[in-house]
Design a protein around this ligand. Structure first.
Ligand code: HEC
Ligand code: HEC
Length: 278
């Protein structure tokens, strides 16, 4: 009896374990980590997935740099087809390209330092599997020396075992989704004020949508999400609808987050409740 039960259980859990690396990578890229938001060109209908990951349309013009999301398809001339798997993994957690140059921090590699070994394998496997697209993107301009940052909850690789705990999973997902990159204001030295204001919001984003200012996503009852229900928070993340029903503006990747699993979304919301209120 116990053996039969054991086999039944093994079969039931098979689909989750059977997820291939490429499938896991597709999920991370397309959903939680929202790579398309910066790396896929936009047409009049929004993201042009027929040229997925061949370089973003948006130019990030900041005091320190002027860059655009690179072509990360396996094209050898204009993409990352010449990078080895090891080089790509090292880049994702350090921001250092195979040629030794450092990427602008708008590419959230400082947050990707937590990526588990399996998720690094998954991202690599998936990026190798997407169609090559030949598309030259504009060369990056670096105006002043780039400062490195260690964002809240980042800096140390997570383990697969940790991810079975809901809060640890939520912390991991919140980090690789780089929520706190946009939701933390800059301090006096023009780097994020992670120490005193993580999650407090107040960053301004300009683009075709005009201007948007990131919100306070800490559990503060007056300024943050303290009075929001779980469903209201989930609706904001996945549908871009504020508590009072108005439509939220870009650049938050609502459409990508909409395909997050229920388990992952629950974990993020549970973890948001534990941020220090600001
Ligand atoms: C917030 C925007 C943003 C997100 C999200 C983002 N990137 Fe980037 N990424 C960039 C920008 C901008 C650059 C180029 C910066 C530069 O040239 O200094 C870049 C550079 C890169 C490069 C280096 C390519 C080269 O030719 O030098 C790789 C690889 C890369 N990103 C992969 C990814 C992957 C994989 C994801 C998702 C897991 C991702 N990026 C998410 C903005 C982003
Ligand atoms: C690329 C920047 C960016 C990223 C990444 C980002 N957000 Fe946002 N988010 C914003 C901006 C800007 C707004 C405000 C939009 C507006 O007011 O129209 C916002 C709004 C919100 C809101 C609505 C709050 C309110 O008071 O209306 C919630 C909740 C939220 N974000 C949570 C998250 C979570 C959780 C993540 C990570 C999974 C995340 N955000 C990632 C930029 C970002």
């Amino acid at each position: 009896m116990r053996i039969v039960f054991g086999i039944a259980l093994a079969l039931l859990t098979l689909p989750a374990c059977g997820e291939t690396l490429v499938e896991r990578g597709a999920y991370l890229v397309g959903s939680v980590m929202a790579c398309h938001n910066c790396h896929t060109p936009r047409g009049p209908q929004g993201l042009d997935l027929s040229r997925a990951l061949s370089g973003g349309s948006q130019v990030f013009d900041e005091p320190a740099f002027k860059v655009t999301g690179s072509n990360i398809t396996p094209d050898k001339d204009t993409g990352i087809g010449n990078w080895s798997d090891a080089e790509l993994k090292r880049f994702l957690v350090s921001g250092i390209r195979p040629n030794g140059t450092k990427v602008a921090p708008i590419m959230p590699t400082a947050f990707y330092t937590v990526l588990t070994g399996r998720d690094l394998d998954a991202l690599t496997a998936y990026l190798r599997s997407v169609p090559s697209v030949r598309h030259e993107t504009r060369a990056p301009e670096y105006k002043i020396a780039l400062k490195s940052e260690v964002p809240t909850y980042a800096g140390k690789q997570a383990s697969e075992q940790e991810l079975s705990d809901q809060l640890a999973r939520g912390r991991y997902l919140l980090t690789i989704a780089h929520c706190l990159e946009c939701h933390t204001p800059e301090g006096p030295s023009a780097v994020h004020d992670f120490a005193a204001a993580s999650g407090k919001g107040g960053r301004t984003f300009r683009g075709p949508w005009g201007e948007s200012v990131s919100s306070n996503i800490t559990p503060d009852r007056a300024f943050g999400l303290g009075q929001w229900s779980d469903d209201e928070i989930k609706r904001a993340i996945t549908q871009g609808i504020a508590r009072d029903g108005h439509k939220l503006k870009p650049p938050m990747a609502y459409a990508a987050y909409a395909s997050m699993t229920a388990q992952d979304l629950d974990a993020i919301v549970a973890f948001l409740r534990t941020l220090p209120p600001r």
